[in-house]
Ligand binder design. Structure first.
Ligand code: GLA
Length: 405
């Protein structure tokens, strides 16, 4: 037997015993208890940046430092973005003791130094791993090394772990994610657990106990609509969120995948729609563009404080599609203190006159509301019955309604 395997064998056997991976995956996880409570570190959806959408496997310590610098200097940090997350391909191998090793050519200073750099900017630091033997990019996964990896992450100063689902064979998803959740909770550091099993095994049922956010679909790609291998365009992803809304709330969020705003595959209007709708979904706002090269529109969209306030609303209720007729939709989201956010969404190719009637929101007939358009910033006071306007093709009007005295 290879030395590494021999050393890992007792741990693997123990995990197989706990999870029953080899024999009885359905019951096995019942024996693994999450003794420590889930740390309450995601009361609102996490905000940050992740390397994958723009850079794929082309990650390095220079890139991560550059993005951290840009997050701090560009207004993104001021807008609330905090996590700098390195996605797949930072890892290269394991040493003779099974310790995970960063790619020494791309990360010559090591992960600890990089985490320190990010922390010194007042930001938080995240990494990616996988519940299987290999990551989706073919790097070493964490299967059989969960506790060892979690301790290493804690020593390095990791604040956020995105944990993927490639090369997992017959593993039971809830059991596999529970092991990593337990390992993180016993690591001595508060670490957000971002579950990335693509919604295949109903993560909305067990995710709220195990992690802080859970992917609901395959990957997003930077297009208005469509399907490509495992990936979906933005509106296709949106349509897959409708059923899952009731499961989200403070400290446990549905994750419709990262933002594509600024990556070039959609128009400015479409990116405004993408950002508005993700805010309605109470989605984690994880930017996926090059923060060091943002044009004015990208920055304006990603830092729109009014839209971010909807996403980050402390009530934590995910928005719902309340009305749909052909290519026109109205989405609404109750906010803390009685406000509502509303999106009038036009999927069509022609401008459309749209309007939300207060009765759609179940408001009393005599209710008046102050209305703020969160993109144009126009305000209308004491509006009765409803409000609307002309919605651009592929565009939104996003409103915040405050009941008027
Ligand atoms: C999967 C995930 C993506 C990304 C890649 C990395 O496809 O869903 O978000 O992390 O793996 O290889």
């Amino acid at each position: 037997m290879h030395a590494l395997l021999r050393r890992a064998a007792p741990a693997l056997a123990l995990i197989a015993l706990i999870t029953g991976v080899a024999t009885a995956p359905a019951q096995a996880h019942e024996t693994l208890k999450l003794d420590a409570p889930k740390p309450a570190i995601a009361p609102t959806p996490p905000m940050g940046w992740n390397s994958w959408n723009k850079f794929g496997c082309n990650v390095s310590e220079q890139l991560i430092r550059q993005q951290a610098d840009a997050m701090a200097a560009s207004g993104m940090k001021d807008a609330g973005y905090r996590y700098i997350v390195i996605d797949d391909c930072w890892q290269k191998s394991r040493d003779a003791d099974g310790n995970i090793q960063a790619d020494p050519e791309r990360f010559p200073s090591g992960i600890k130094a990089l985490a320190d750099y990010v922390h010194a900017k007042g930001l938080k630091f995240g990494l990616y791993s996988d519940a299987g033997s290999l990551t989706c990019g073919g790097r070493p996964g964490s299967a059989g090394h969960e506790f060892q990896d979690a301790r290493q992450y804690a020593r390095w100063g990791v604040d956020y772990l995105k944990y993927d689902w490639c090369h997992t064979g017959p593993r039971n998803a809830e059991a596999a994610y529970t092991i990593m959740a337990k390992a993180l909770r016993e690591s001595g550091r508060d670490i957000v657990l971002s579950i990335c099993e693509w919604g295949t095994d109903h993560p909305e049922r067990w995710g709220p106990v195990v992690g802080h956010l859970w992917r609901t679909t395959g990957d997003i790609f930077d297009a208005w609509e469509g399907k490509k291998d495992w990936s979906h365009g933005m509106t296709d992803i949106l349509d897959m969120q409708v059923e899952r809304a009731p499961h989200a709330g403070p400290n446990g969020w549905n994750d419709p995948d990262m933002l594509e705003v600024g990556n070039g595959g959609m128009s400015t209007t479409e990116y405004e729609s993408h950002f508005s709708l993700w805010a309605m979904l109470a989605a984690p706002l994880i930017a996926g563009n090059d923060l060091s090269k943002m044009d004015a529109d990208t920055r304006r969209i990603l830092t729109n404080a009014d839209v971010i306030a909807v996403d980050q609303d402390p009530l934590g209720r995910q928005g719902q599609r309340l009305w749909k007729q052909g290519e026109l939709e109205i989405w609404a989201r109750p906010l803390k203190d009685g406000d509502h956010a509303v999106v009038l969404f036009n999927r069509g190719r022609a401008p459309a006159d749209m309007r939300v009637d207060w009765n759609l929101l179940q408001w009393p007939a005599d209710r008046k509301a102050d209305v703020k358009d969160l993109w144009s910033k126009r305000v209308a006071k004491g509006v009765s019955k409803g409000y609307g306007g002309t919605v651009a093709p592929h565009g939104v009007i996003m409103l915040r309604l405050t009941p008027a005295p």
